[in-house]
Structure formats: C-alpha cells, structure tokens
Design a protein around this ligand. Structure first.
Ligand SMILES: *[C@@H]1O[C@H](CO)[C@@H](O)[C@H](O)[C@H]1NC(C)=O
Ligand SMILES: *[C@@H]1O[C@H](CO)[C@@H](O)[C@H](O)[C@H]1NC(C)=O
Ligand SMILES: *[C@@H]1O[C@H](CO)[C@@H](O)[C@H](O)[C@H]1NC(C)=O
Ligand SMILES: *[C@@H]1O[C@H](CO)[C@@H](O)[C@H](O)[C@H]1NC(C)=O
Ligand SMILES: *[C@@H]1O[C@H](CO)[C@@H](O)[C@H](O)[C@H]1NC(C)=O
Length: 422
C-alpha cells in the first residue's frame, strides 16, 4: 500500500509537472485563466439542485426562483453562521432571464421574478460580504431553452461584469464537440478581458465524456477553468449521490492529478437540507466531499435545513478537511466491504509530518466491522497521533503506526477519523 508520504510525493510531483506545462501554454497561446481565484474549493449555495427551473411562481410560490429567494439565502448566510463557516458564493442557475434578448441584443433578467435586476442583487449580496454567481450556456439556448451566450460571448461577459458577478457557471448543452473544445476557452477569454475576476465553472469534461462519448482531456481543461463538472447532475436522491461517489472512486487515478488550488474537479452540489437523505446518507455525502477537497455548494430551501443538517454543514472539523489549503483529493481503497478514503492535510508537525483523515463508507445494509493496521494505510513514521472522531466531535484515542484502528460502520453511513501528529 502507498504511504501518505508516497501519495503526497506523487501529488506534488504531478503539480510541478502541471505548472511546467502551464508555463508552456502561456508561451504558446498567450492567454490562460490565471485569475488567482478559487484557491480553496468554493463554498456556497446554488439554485439548481433543489429549485431547478422554478420559473412558474404563480403556480408554486414556495418553490420559486426569484429575487426574494436569493436575498433570503444571503440573509441566512449572514445571520445563521454559514458565512463565518466559509460559505461565500450565492449562485443563480438556469431560468433567470426573459425568454428573448432585448432590442440591443442584451440578456434581460425576468421582469417579474427579478424586478430590480441583477446589479441590485449583487449589491445586496456584496453588502453582506458574500459573493454573487450566475449561469449561462455556450450554445444559442441554455439547457432549459432560455437564451444562451453563443454569438454573444463578449457582450454577455461585459454584462456579467457590469452586474459585478463573481462566479459564472457555464453549461455545455446543445453543441457539437468541435465547438465545445474551443468555446470554453473563448468565453473564458472574454470574461478575462472584462478585467473583472470571476470564478469560471465549466461543464466541458462532462459533455465531452457523457454526451460526445470521448475521454475528457483534463490537461486541456485545467488551464482554462477554475472548476469543472465530471459527472451527471446531482439530485436530491441517494441513488444518484451513490453513483456520483462511485464515479470519483473508480476514476481517482485519472482525476487526482488535475485537482488542486485554483482548478478543481466538481462532483456538483451537496443535497443536505432537502429532506431526502437519512442522517447516515448525509454524513456519507459531506464526509466524502470533504475528503475529495470538493466544492461545498448546497442547494436547498434554507428554511428546510434541520438542526441535524446544520450541525454537519457547520461542522468546523469537517470543513477544516474540506477546505484544507493543500487541496489533495483523497485516495480510495476497498477494505473488506467498505470504501476507505485516505487524505493527507494540514496542519503539519514541523515540515515533516502531515495530519490526515480516514473516512470509512458503508453502502451496505449491514454493519461492517474492520480492523485497520495503520502501517498499511499511511503511518510510516514513529510519531504518535491524536485521533478525532469527526462526527462525534471528540478525541477518542492516541495511536502509532504499530496500532490498528477498529471501526464498526453502521448501515449506509460513514465514520470519519482525523489524525493529528502529537
Ligand atoms: C404555471 O403552472 C400552471 C399549472 O400547472 C399552468 O396552468 C400555467 O400555464 C403555468 N404558467 C406558465 C407561465 O408556465
Ligand atoms: C487575465 O489573464 C491573465 C493571464 O493570461 C491574468 O494575468 C489576469 O489576472 C487575468 N485577469 C482576470 C481579470 O481574470
Ligand atoms: C489533451 O490536451 C493537450 C493540451 O491541449 C494536448 O497537448 C493533448 O494532445 C491532448 N490529448 C489528447 C489525448 O487529445
Ligand atoms: C522507528 O523506531 C525504530 C526503533 O524504535 C527504528 O528502528 C526505526 O528506524 C524508526 N523509524 C522511523 C521511520 O523513524
Ligand atoms: C493523547 O495524548 C495527549 C498528549 O500526550 C494526552 O493529553 C491525551 O490525554 C491522550 N489521549 C488519550 C485518549 O490517551
């Protein structure tokens, strides 16, 4: 088995190679994203997972994508501790505009649902010290058939910049593969030329792989996007979350090299707060997302978040792992019938010994008991470690590499331990 030092060495070597490669691209193309943003995986809220295209507000006023909703999320972040915990971006997904551009060719926010426009919303969000995100598609239409940005990259980029947008999610529906391969670069360049730094979220690899059925070329994507979707949309249903997590497990070798500060694989939103997951399922999703160094973007009605959901979403021991500055994607192992994820992270003792986390995921309907010899999964030093049970919120034991950790993981649940060098 690889030791943590080996995992780390491979990680750091591949990062050095990436940076050399990026330097070559600068010589070659003259332009790269390089906006200095998303040094940590973005945290925030996005409308799609729960609200989807909630544009029929007369029919369903309680599930309505409008100004009131977006401002209420900003208020909840500001007053309920989310902002202090790191939640920052509030992102409006598809279905925000009028059905047609105006006579000058500009996108117009839906006049009923966003009567004061997007600059008003951006100002409201910024006054609370939070950041504002929006959405478009690289085709003529968005995925839900609202006007898309094809033919208008510069115009739309300027419009988003004039609204003080901080983050743009860009979808890739309805285009040919040959167009897909340059459109994300072209739109990114138009965003760059506005002079306003915006986190650039792409769906390029997802469309490449699942729609055009060709391997995603992550070296081509990495220099141009801050984060990118790899897999299908997440939905408020555990079956869907299960397939998403399995995708990252199976594709770890192909993905981890491209993952790090400023450029992240994105498994899509967290589905806590939607009353669709058991406590164990919720622990699985937050724990694995923390282990992956994935973005933590929630999508829910903030009024539906239960105290239990909130205790996970604001668990600072968990967030410390999710937002670790090294940004390493955990490595998966199959241990008996469990998936074990192992991740080295900060803080370090001296400049030598990392902390690291172990997360045991049980997808089965029976308890799974394992004894894990630490020397086989990372601890190769003579240091002792203080073991925190992340979900119990307490230190449970001290170990060295000669020890084993015993764990009995309940059905459809996760147990997470963080080991700090003593
Ligand atoms: C909203 O939903 C209602 C009920 O399904 C439907 O009658 C109405 O046409 C819808 N309005 C729009 C604008 O789609
Ligand atoms: C635009 O790209 C250049 C590098 O190509 C970068 O130095 C600059 O910070 C970028 N500006 C914005 C606003 O993203
Ligand atoms: C992936 O993209 C890189 C950078 O554009 C390119 O050099 C490489 O040939 C591509 N690989 C494949 C398999 O297309
Ligand atoms: C750990 O300690 C043993 C003896 O106590 C020693 O032989 C070994 O070299 C040490 N290993 C490391 C990695 O320091
Ligand atoms: C672990 O070690 C620390 C520091 O030596 C000590 O304070 C703590 O009581 C120990 N914990 C356990 C569970 O033995």
């Amino acid at each position: 088995m690889d030791s943590i030092q080996e995992i780390l060495h491979t990680m750091l070597t591949s990062h050095r190679l990436l940076h050399a490669y990026i330097a070559l691209l600068i010589l070659d193309n003259g332009w790269l994203l390089d906006n200095g943003l998303a040094k940590l995986p973005p945290m925030g809220w996005m409308s799609w997972g729960w609200y989807m295209c909630a544009d029929n507000c007369t029919h369903n006023p309680n599930k309505c994508l409008d100004e009131k909703l977006i401002l209420s999320v900003a208020d909840a972040f500001y007053t309920e501790g989310y902002q202090e915990a790191g939640y920052e971006y509030i992102i409006i997904d598809d279905c925000w505009s009028e059905r047609t551009r105006d006579e000058f060719g500009s996108l117009v926010p839906d006049r009923k649902r966003f009567p004061r426009g997007m600059k008003y919303i951006a100002d409201y969000i910024h006054k609370r010290g939070l950041k504002f995100g929006m959405y478009t598609n690289i085709a003529y239409d968005t995925c839900m058939r609202y006007p898309g940005s094809r033919g208008y990259f510069e115009k739309d980029a300027k419009l988003f910049a004039s609204w003080d947008v901080d983050y743009l999610k860009v979808d890739g529906c309805f285009v040919a593969e040959s167009y897909l391969d340059h459109a994300y670069i072209d739109l990114g360049k138009a965003l760059n030329e506005t002079g306003r730094p915006m986190v650039y979220s792409c769906s390029w690899p997802y469309y490449k792989l699942f729609i055009h059925k060709h391997a995603a070329n992550y070296s081509a994507v990495l220099p141009y996007c801050n984060l990118w979707r790899n897999y299908h949309d997440i939905m408020p249903a555990f079956g869907n979350i299960y397939y998403t997590l399995k995708f990252y497990e199976k594709n770890y070798e192909n993905l981890y090299k491209f993952h790090g500060p400023g450029h992240w694989n994105d498994p899509d939103m967290l589905m806590l707060g939607t009353h669709s997951l058991t406590p164990g399922m919720s622990r699985i999703q937050v724990a694995v997302y923390a282990m992956l160094s994935a973005p933590w973007i929630i999508s829910c009605d903030m009024n539906m978040v239960t105290p239990f959901d909130k205790s996970l979403l604001l668990n600072m021991n968990l967030i410390a792992v999710a937002q670790d500055p090294l940004g390493i994607m955990a490595k998966p192992y199959q241990v008996s019938r469990l998936t074990l994820w192992v991740k080295p992270h900060m803080p370090m003792k001296g400049d030598k010994y990392h902390s690291f986390s172990f997360t045991f995921v049980n997808f089965e309907d029976k308890f799974q008991y394992v004894t894990l010899p630490l020397s086989k999964y990372g601890i190769s030093t003579n240091e002792s470690y203080h073991v925190l049970d992340v979900f119990a919120g307490k230190f449970v034991l001290n170990v060295t590499r000669k020890d084993s950790i015993e764990v009995d993981v309940p059905p459809v649940d996760a147990v997470m331990y963080t080991l700090y060098p003593l």
